[in-house]
Design a protein around this ligand. Structure first.
Ligand SMILES: [Zn+2]
Ligand SMILES: [Zn+2]
Ligand SMILES: [Zn+2]
Length: 256
């Protein structure tokens, strides 16, 4: 399986509009971060995790031509707002709806946000997203030849899902992974983990908390994502434990 980190930025994206800080004005390409998302590909199957606010740009940059399934982590706008830009994938695939997998609340918020895609169009004739939703919880499911294992987590007060694909897990937008979920994260080659910034936040891990979680979960390599503009890539990277790194947009790796 091949993994491409499509975006590593927190909800504002980096640079942050109207900000003149050292990260937002940096020349280092690793300080430019689209909104958080992941591409997972086998020989025959392509999965996108979340339709971020930068979904269109991410699909173009990575020349994604087909999608076999979209897996949602949760309903926050930075993770769902690219939903309308899934339309070309159905236009070029005989109008076959894209299989989408989401928690009940995530599905409900997507329906409320994009009512025209769910049989409530004001007028027939415009192209609307075609999505075939399956409500999931914590049971593993298949998309093509890839098994997807939900990892229940807390993101402040709300329940979100991380996901495990083989020996890689994606745990963004969380500040608490319960022990029952840590059991599902054993033997990982790569963990991609939320690490927002240095100072505390009510719904995201700090760098220090992420370091503690990375040590506990003990993947061979841990990459941090959903990074805020207080983090300058080169400076933060130097201070991280040996097997922990900041992810950056376009980072790719393969796992057998
Ligand atoms: Zn987010
Ligand atoms: Zn800034
Ligand atoms: Zn969130």
């Amino acid at each position: 399986m091949k993994f491409t980190i499509l975006g590593t930025g927190t909800s504002t994206g980096i640079p942050c509009v109207a900000c003149t800080c050292a990260t937002c004005t940096s020349d280092d390409p690793k300080d430019t971060r689209l909104r958080t998302s992941l591409l997972v590909q086998s020989e025959t199957t392509t999965i996108v995790v979340d339709t971020s606010a930068d979904f269109r740009q991410q699909m173009l940059l990575n020349a994604v031509r087909t999608i076999d399934g979209i897996v949602y982590t949760h309903h926050h706008y930075d993770h769902i707002s690219g939903f309308d830009d899934t339309r070309p994938f159905t236009f070029f695939n005989d109008d076959i709806p894209i299989k989408c997998f989401a928690l009940q609340q995530t599905h409900d918020v997507i329906r409320q946000t994009f009512p025209y895609a769910f049989g409530q169009a004001e007028q027939i004739g415009g192209g609307v997203p075609g999505a075939d939703f399956t409500i999931i919880d914590d049971e593993p499911f298949m998309i093509g030849d890839i098994e997807v294992i939900p990892i229940p987590m807390k993101h402040g007060l709300i329940r979100v899902n991380g996901y495990r694909f083989g020996n890689v897990a994606y745990c963004t937008d969380t500040n608490h992974i319960p022990l029952s979920s840590i059991d599902k994260l054993q033997g990982l080659e790569v963990l991609i983990l939320d690490a927002l910034r240095y100072h505390p936040h009510p719904t995201h891990y700090t760098i220090e908390e992420a370091n503690e979680m990375a040590t506990m979960i003990n993947a061979q390599t841990t990459y941090y994502t959903h990074i805020a503009h207080q983090i300058k890539h080169a400076e933060c990277e130097k201070e991280l434990p040996a097997n922990c790194h900041l992810a950056y947009d376009g980072l790719q790796f393969e796992v057998t």
